[in-house]
Design a protein. Structure first.
Length: 320
């Protein structure tokens, strides 16, 4: 991973308040926005209308072709040991355990233990004469179930927030990917739009919400995020999941405009500047070619045509 991306992640998505500096992270990100970004399209009435209106469409990640888009993982062990000491008294009440069986010293040992569940179990075993084995098992099963339920509820809500309430529009640093023209532009029958977001000011909403994808082998571990009380969870954390993808997608060199949860509840249009160029697919149909020609003549935007190189697996772009 490039050094600037590591710095950006540290400042924007840090759990540590001392490292958190969102303004510094956004400035690093802004300074590294490519001078050109590209969006591939199929020809549809919706996409043609969006081009003419100078808007893009923000969609839910759950509709994308990557089944791992916004996928998360977490450590159940860490969460059990985080939530149990904090909720120990309430858990004891739920399972009708007389917490006065524990001394204040024993409670402190549990609260400050690196493995609070194990420490609690060890203390219970030492009290075998006072606590019946069946009661001890009941308490242990109940507390593990209660704490697991808290973790699972939070994890489920976090996933839903990211996939169902975060809106995304995707771009690429490259315009000549044979694979991307095939996947996203109707087998080279579509078109590709070039944008210059770098020319927009730092304060513009597009540059603020534009993020590079972070490619990695592991799923995003949200264990530390899940330990944060819900009322203190910043919606920027949802962006971290939306910019994490498998290294298998690294060839796309993707950037995304990401609208965090809480800003909009519906898929929506988003105004963008006029394109700086339009690229027609190598297999474009004549009627769609005419549409692009008329649009580019009207807006004075350069129109280039894809041409398959005769000697290499490569796409060239030429003027008509």
């Amino acid at each position: 991973m490039e050094e600037w991306k590591e710095e950006m992640l540290k400042y924007i998505f840090s759990i540590d308040d001392q490292s958190l500096d969102i303004d510094a992270g956004l400035a690093i990100k802004y300074n590294n926005i490519p001078s050109r970004l590209y969006k591939y399209y199929i020809f549809s009435d919706h996409n043609k209308r969006n081009l003419e209106k100078s808007v893009i469409w923000l969609s839910y990640p759950e509709n994308f072709n990557d089944p791992y888009d916004c996928a998360l993982t977490y450590s159940n062990f860490d969460l059990l040991n985080h939530f149990f000491p904090k909720n120990m008294d309430n858990i004891f009440k739920e399972v009708n355990f007389a917490d006065n069986e524990l001394t204040e010293l024993e409670k402190e040992q549990i609260r400050f233990s690196k493995n609070s569940i194990k420490t609690f179990a060890e203390i219970m075993i030492k009290k075998e004469e006072q606590v019946k084995p069946e009661d001890r098992k009941k308490v242990l099963d109940a507390l593990i179930g209660a704490v697991s339920s808290v973790a699972e509820d939070f994890e489920s809500s976090f996933k839903n927030v990211v996939k169902e309430a975060t809106l995304v529009s995707c771009f690429s640093e490259i315009k000549d990917s044979i694979i991307m023209w095939s996947h996203y532009a109707d087998n080279h029958k579509g078109f590709c739009v070039e944008y210059d977001f770098k020319s927009l000011p730092y304060s513009n909403k597009i540059t603020t919400l534009l993020y590079p994808i972070i490619y990695q082998h592991e799923l995003l571990d949200v264990t530390e995020y899940m330990k944060i009380e819900k009322e203190h969870l910043n919606n920027i954390f949802g962006v971290r999941a939306a910019i994490t993808k498998s290294k298998e997608w690294e060839y796309e060199r993707e950037w995304r405009i990401i609208m965090p949860f809480g800003i909009s509840k519906h898929e929506m249009e988003w105004d963008v500047p006029l394109p700086t160029s339009i690229y027609a697919g190598a297999k474009i149909e004549q009627k769609n070619k005419e549409f692009l020609k008329q649009y580019c003549e009207r807006t004075k935007i350069p129109l280039l045509y894809s041409k398959m190189n005769e000697h290499m697996f490569k796409i060239d772009f030429v003027h008509e």
